[in-house]
Design a protein around this ligand. Structure first.
Ligand SMILES: O=P(O)(O)OC[C@H]1O[C@](O)(CO)[C@@H](O)[C@@H]1O
Length: 341
């Protein structure tokens, strides 16, 4: 295992997570409310999120809130997809929310410019208020000044969805999620303290595996892509693939055997049965699996908040997986201009 001071590793964002979440709730939710005021005045008919990588996965999760609890059509685009296949409906009845941590992902900034030219409301969600293309391009800027991007991007994109739906409709689930969001900091704080040892043990176990299939369904699907593809490949240099539990029978089923390893993310939402079915099948053939079960740590929070909560044990898990392979998750070979792409 790499001998390293974990406080020096940028990948690990558990230290300031709770403070950052609380700050965004107190400081930025009122700003988001003003943007939602404008959405109401404008009678916004369609919502587009645009981002790349981890922020895109957060946006895809927020899109599920719109889809599940409202009639408002919503799509989450990767930047180039928005630019190359721009939706026909893009006008003053649309809002485009571009999310980029450093604000330098040009395809996100260019999407905001294109949306603005078409008359849409534009919002840039980024770390810094000025000095980057995303904050320059957007009409409204939410500069969150934080590093725990998964929690922060989820909070902001969820809040836009929840507050808008809550004001145009009367949905019990939305009210419950809004109420449960207030309990989130305490739940996260407990997990930051209590989940590290178990995740370390699991990370060490998984570090022996040459590759990992990451399986989830429903609201955990975007998180399973973030962790099973982005974190695994970019940060831990571990081969892998993300699979939808609902599709497991159609292809992935045939390769299950000893030596083929799985990480499952199990939610408490309506799709729990599809992931359980997958787990029950895999269990019959191999011991090479790990389950992260929201039911064990949800503290009664709404099923849609699983991606916020499960992130904490997962963050430790991938950190220990990486350093157990003697790899500092901050190290890159190509990304970020090290090699032209
Ligand atoms: O949020 P930004 O600054 O646009 O950066 C996106 C990048 O972040 C990551 O999600 C993690 O580094 C990458 O996959 C992606 O390229």
């Amino acid at each position: 295992m790499l001998d390293i001071d974990k406080n020096t590793v940028d990948f690990l964002v558990t230290d300031n997570m709770v403070t950052e979440v609380k700050t965004v709730m107190e400081r930025d939710f009122p700003k988001l409310k003003k943007i939602v005021d404008q959405m109401i005045e404008r009678k916004i008919e369609r919502v587009y999120y645009v981002a790349c990588g981890s922020p895109l996965c957060a946006c895809q999760t927020a899109k599920m809130v719109f889809e599940k609890y409202s009639d408002v059509p919503c799509e989450a685009y990767s930047g180039w997809d928005f630019l190359d296949h721009t939706p026909k409906k893009l006008d003053e009845k649309c809002i485009v929310v571009g999310v980029s941590h450093y604000g330098k992902t040009n395809e996100v900034a260019d999407s905001l410019i294109k949306a603005s030219e078409a008359g849409a409301i534009t919002v840039g969600v980024t770390r810094d208020a000025v000095g980057n293309p995303v904050s320059d391009a957007a009409e409204h800027v939410i500069a969150y000044a934080a590093e725990c991007i998964w929690e922060i991007h989820l909070l902001i994109t969820f809040y836009i969805a929840l507050d808008y739906i809550n004001r145009i409709d009367n949905n019990e689930n939305v009210k419950q999620i809004l109420a449960d969001l207030k309990k989130l900091p305490n739940v996260l704080a407990r997990l930051v303290k209590t989940s590290e040892d178990k995740s370390r043990e699991l990370g060490e176990k998984a570090s022996k595996w040459p590759f990992i299939y990451t399986v989830a369904a429903g609201p955990l699907r975007p998180l399973s892509y973030k962790e099973g593809i982005i974190t695994m490949l970019e940060f831990t240099w571990t081969h892998g693939c993300q699979l939808n539990s609902a599709e497991f029978r159609h292809g992935p089923l045939e390769v299950v055997e000893k030596g083929v390893p799985y990480v499952f993310m199990l939610g408490t939402d309506e799709s729990r049965h599809t992931t359980e079915r997958t787990i029950n099948f895999v269990k019959k053939l191999t011991d090479d699996y790990i389950i992260f079960d929201y039911a064990e740590i949800s503290n009664g929070l709404h099923p849609m908040l699983a991606p916020f909560v499960l992130f904490v044990p997962l963050e430790y898990f991938y950190y220990y997986l990486s350093i157990s392979k003697d790899h500092n998750p901050d190290d890159r070979r190509y990304y970020g201009g090290l090699m032209p792409y």
